[in-house]
Design a protein. Structure first.
Length: 389
């Protein structure tokens, strides 16, 4: 690992910093408008579409792409796959930041965000499915923070506190898997109440299972995708163990992703047959459904399989990026594109540019936070004063 003192002075006016700075300034301006002028001034939400881009992308996509934390922790600490240990901290950090930004995004979408704690403090005992999602997300965010905290404690030199937290690793991992299983599937269950609104090709009694399975796919792919970016842009922060682990992680997680994608493809085809929805495939929405099913499920399954067989890390990396895009497409299809599919075009929802601006703002905050942490804390290397295992 290269010592910071040996590096040339950092240039702050880089293209990335300039673009990120402009996005942050824009996001802050829109934030002021959102909380002073209300939702109507910055969104295209309506009675037909009370949930827009901030739920579809910032919440549904964000929660799915943050699944790498529980997937990697389970692989290493529950299933004993220690050779993937180097991927745990980056995956936990990505998950923690992802869930934290999901909670931040909810403050923009909820009409009275200061009432977010009400279900826990005022109207306790609710049987709402949305309450179950909120409770699990809040609890899992807490678990992720505790799982991430040893890296911060090593940075701050808090040896005693770090020793206490590391003893809880297996307990935290089990809690993380349980909570993730609950809320990943429950997000899909939210759409069970809208059989007349969601297109039959996307609606299914098994949609909670679909959401959970695709979260595993998203988690595996995000670990590969984020790992590839980290090796490209933060290679100087990595030690020999993390540099050497790249191939093992990509091949192992790529193989797992190929199997899960193949199984998901089979289950989706069985779902079409069980609901006898074959005739919808001949429609415009059917063509788009086939694009999702063949282009973002079957194709990456083959991509991963060929990449693992040939040990082609480049192909696995590109397939991971394509699969992440497929998760985005899937969640947008369910929550926006195939939702209220029967409405005329003039009543359909398209996000306001300020909604897109806030989503870009939140993603940029996540990237900046990730960069800040990995350049300062032992995320991509093992601290010499501690045993990472």
């Amino acid at each position: 690992m290269v010592n910071d003192a040996t590096r040339s002075p950092q240039r702050y006016l880089t293209p990335f910093n300039v673009v990120a700075g402009l996005i942050v300034v824009m996001g802050l301006i829109i934030t002021v408008m959102r909380f002073t002028l209300g939702l109507g001034a910055v969104t295209n939400l309506s009675d037909y579409y009370p949930w827009g881009l901030w739920i579809a992308f910032d919440l549904l996509v964000g929660v799915a792409l943050a699944a790498g934390g529980y997937v990697t922790s389970a692989a290493v600490y529950i299933f004993g796959m220690k050779r993937y240990h180097a991927a745990v901290r980056p995956a936990i950090l990505t998950g923690f930041l992802g869930y934290a930004l999901v909670v931040l995004a909810l403050h923009y979408d909820v009409g009275q965000p200061w009432r977010l704690p009400y279900p826990f403090l005022v109207s306790r005992g609710t049987t709402s499915l949305l309450f179950e999602v909120a409770a699990c997300v809040a609890l899992y965010l807490t678990v992720l923070f505790i799982e991430y905290s040893p890296a911060a404690m090593e940075w701050l030199g808090l040896k005693r506190a770090r020793a206490i937290v590391t003893r809880l690793t297996i307990v935290l991992t089990i809690l993380g898997v349980i909570l993730s299983t609950l809320h990943q599937s429950s997000l899909g269950a939210l759409f069970l109440i809208a059989p007349a609104k969601l297109h039959p090709l996307w609606y299914s009694n098994y949609i909670p299972i679909y959401f959970f399975v695709t979260s595993i796919i998203a988690g595996l792919s995000m670990v590969i995708f984020e790992g590839g970016l980290s090796h490209r842009y933060f290679k100087d922060k990595m030690d020999a163990e993390h540099l050497a682990a790249k191939a093992d992680v990509m091949l192992g997680f790529g193989k797992a992703a190929a199997w899960v994608l193949a199984g998901y493809f089979v289950v989706k085809v069985i779902g079409i047959a069980a609901d006898n929805n074959w005739h919808y495939l001949a429609t415009g929405f059917g063509a788009w459904y086939l694009v999702e099913l063949l282009g973002f499920v079957a194709l990456p399954a083959f991509g991963y399989a060929i990449g693992v067989r040939d040990k082609n890390l480049s192909l696995i990396g590109w397939t991971a990026g394509w699969t992440v895009l497929g998760i985005v497409v899937n969640r947008l299809n369910i929550s926006l594109i195939a939702f209220n599919w029967y409405l005329p075009s003039e009543d359909r929802y398209f996000p306001h540019w300020m909604e897109i601006g806030i989503s870009l703002f939140i993603v940029t905050l996540g990237v900046l936070a990730f960069r800040f942490i990995v350049t300062r804390m032992p995320i991509l290397y093992t601290h010499p004063d501690y045993d990472a295992h």
